[in-house]
Design a protein around this ligand. Structure first.
Ligand SMILES: [Fe+2]
Length: 164
């Protein structure tokens, strides 16, 4: 049973949302932090590869494949039945369209990152791979910002005009 939890006030900030949202958001935020650490590693890889100073090709492929696997795990956590996305919509039905958009972005991002993995398999590494990976990471981080913003709005009770 999800208990209402509307009066938690760490640091004087009133937190809204059910315990279901809070519990799931803690897990999601931990995954997001881990992914951001991976993104920083991937950015470093991009710079090195662009300069022709990347690690051995096999290592580049392994890093990219590992990042893709972590990404898909995170998407599955967010999309799972009765999971994070479901808990957000249950808490705020007006967020349905924005959550559906984030879900659609998962499909696109998975395709884009799989394209990077295939490029690394075919080309090994080089400036084109570095640029393609950088663009994929830019899209992923924009997605993460939108997702984190949505969570902030749910937890802090803020509402966007277009939701009302
Ligand atoms: Fe996501």
């Amino acid at each position: 049973m999800e208990l209402p939890c509307r009066d938690v006030e760490p640091s004087g900030i009133r937190i809204r949302g059910s315990t279901g949202v809070l519990r799931r958001s803690a897990a999601i935020l931990a995954e997001h932090e881990a992914l951001q650490r991976s993104v920083r590693r991937m950015r470093g890889l991009c710079q090195a590869v662009a300069l022709g100073q990347g690690p051995p090709v096999a290592e580049t492929r392994r890093l990219i494949a590992g990042f893709l696997a972590d990404l898909l795990t995170n998407f599955a956590t967010e999309e799972g039945e009765d999971g994070y996305f479901d808990s957000l919509v249950a808490e705020r039905p007006g967020l349905d369209a924005r959550v559906a958009h984030l879900h659609a972005e998962h499909v696109q991002l998975a395709e884009v990152m799989d394209g990077v993995r295939i490029l690394a398999r075919d080309e090994g590494q080089g400036p084109h791979l570095a640029l393609t990976l950088e663009r994929a990471l830019d899209r992923f981080q924009a997605h993460e910002r939108a997702e984190n913003q949505l969570l902030r709005e749910v937890l802090l009770g803020a509402e966007r005009r277009d939701e009302q």
